[in-house]
Ligand binder design. Structure first.
Ligand SMILES: [Zn+2]
Length: 459
């Protein structure tokens, strides 16, 4: 058997985000193959065999790689549109354009989304894709291929919509699938791409879009399908006051009660947003172990409101962070969500400790891993875990005078990524992708955005 190859990283500050929030002012990490073998204070142990690389990380902070828990990759080519709308008006403005997407567009958009996140410290990405126009090609295959080629760990949440305007839903009828088509295609996607192994690079989740675009029957049957296959469940929930009113009008109850009535609360479920939650909704999430993808920038961009993250955490609800689609968060970066989560949750008097810098880092790493059901393998720096980690440069003008590296990462300017590892493989070096051509991706996304705009203009 071939000896395992070791990489030694030394002389950096380390925020492990383990259960005790262990930190080292100056420490080391040893990566063996695709796992973390050891870490600690001071220099690496002498006498390690088969060390193929030593990295002097002086001036850096090492953290677990960031984990994104909510996104819509295809929106990369519809950024900067409907910039002053609330959620429902924004969706109605964009659905006709989104209904024209095809496989080359989705592949380029996925590359753009993934590249932007990866070079900013994301090691685990997710895509909630729910627009499947008839005859548009293999959209799920396109995003899985983009993530695999870039070397990013990935969850594809295979979405669906079957409640068009004629059934009281928000999307136009031409943008939705039938219930049967959605379930059949979802099951095929699971069988083709879902990897059950503990070091999986690709996982699939079952993800009907939202109460206002999905029939109650599709919600129910999606939950049954997912549980039959042992797959996680994802959807949007409690995002806006308009959604709350919609649920009361159509179902005679609020969103959380509606989710519970359709089998959609449980420790195998995570939901994006969860902004409009009362105390009993939060208690229901805590009781059932339902997770939350907090998306502060998107919630601000669409004037949705502020999720009660401090209350969710105090109740024991698993919470991760999400970029959300880049049509409602044009930056497409997750590290800025650490800062924005902290800032928006402090808005209001006497909220100065609502979310600390370390809690924000935890949301973006271990919290995200929990929400995706992968906390045993990723989300913290601990011996035996998968080697998904980032070296943030902290000794330049932007950060050198900030006393505490974790505060510098969360509160300071976006920190440069010197190196990012996924599964032990370095995918970012000095802020540039090693696994893809960023300039080529920029050209491809521009070309596909123009193609889509031209198709949409034809009506
Ligand atoms: Zn979303």
């Amino acid at each position: 058997m071939e000896a395992v190859r070791r990489t030694v990283i030394e002389n950096c500050a380390i925020a492990t985000v383990d259960a005790k929030d262990t930190e080292y002012a100056s420490g080391y990490l040893v990566l063996a193959g695709h796992r973390i073998e050891s870490l600690g204070a001071g220099r690496a142990p002498e006498g390690l065999e088969n060390v193929v690389r030593r990295i002097d990380a002086t001036g850096h902070l090492a953290t677990p790689g960031l984990v994104n828990t909510h996104h819509h990759f295809y929106q990369w080519i519809t950024r900067g549109l409907a910039t002053d709308h609330n959620l429902f008006d924004w969706l109605v403005a964009l659905y006709p354009t989104w209904a024209r997407i095809d496989e080359p567009m989705v592949h380029a958009a996925a590359q753009g989304s993934l590249a932007m996140m990866a070079r900013g410290g994301v090691t685990t990405a997710m895509d909630h894709h729910y627009v499947f126009p008839r005859g548009s090609g293999d959209l799920s295959g396109a995003v899985v291929r983009a993530a695999r080629d870039m070397g990013v760990r990935f969850t594809l949440a295979r979405g669906s919509m079957d409640r068009g305007e004629k059934d009281g839903g928000l999307p136009p009828d031409f943008a939705v699938e039938t219930l049967d088509d959605a379930l059949t295609a979802t099951e095929e996607t699971v069988r083709e791409h879902h990897d059950t192994s503990c070091d999986a690079m690709t996982r699939i989740a079952v993800a009907p879009c939202s109460p206002f675009s999905v029939s109650t029957e599709l919600m129910r049957q999606s939950a049954e399908l997912a549980r039959g296959l042992g797959i996680r469940l994802h959807t949007h929930g409690s995002e806006t006051v308009e959604e709350e009113a919609f649920c009361h009008e159509l179902f005679g109850m609020g969103p959380t009660d509606y989710f519970e009535s359709t089998g959609w609360l449980g420790e195998d479920v995570w939901m994006a947003h969860c902004v409009h939650m009362n105390d009993s909704d939060i208690a229901a999430f805590a009781r059932t172990g339902t997770g939350v993808a907090h998306c502060p920038s998107s919630n601000a961009r669409l004037a949705a409101g502020i999720a009660r993250v401090a209350d969710l955490l105090a109740a024991g609800v698993p919470v991760g962070l999400g970029v959300d689609g880049t049509a409602s968060n044009e930056s497409g970066e997750l590290h800025t969500e650490l800062r924005n989560a902290l800032l928006v949750n402090r808005l209001g008097p006497h909220r100065e400790a609502a979310l600390t810098a370390r809690q924000a880092l935890r949301l973006g790493t271990h919290g995200g891993a929990r929400v995706l059901g992968r906390a045993a393998e990723i989300g913290s720096l601990e011996p035996g875990k998968l080697a998904d980690l980032v070296l943030w440069r902290m000794d330049t003008l932007a950060h050198a005078s900030i006393a505490d590296p974790v505060a510098a990462l969360v509160l300071g300017a976006a920190a440069p990524v010197t190196a990012s590892f996924v599964n032990g493989r370095q995918i970012v070096e000095e802020g540039r992708l090693r696994t893809a051509d960023e300039d080529g991706i920029a050209r491809a996304t521009r070309a596909q955005a123009r193609r889509l705009a031209a198709l949409a203009a034809q009506g």
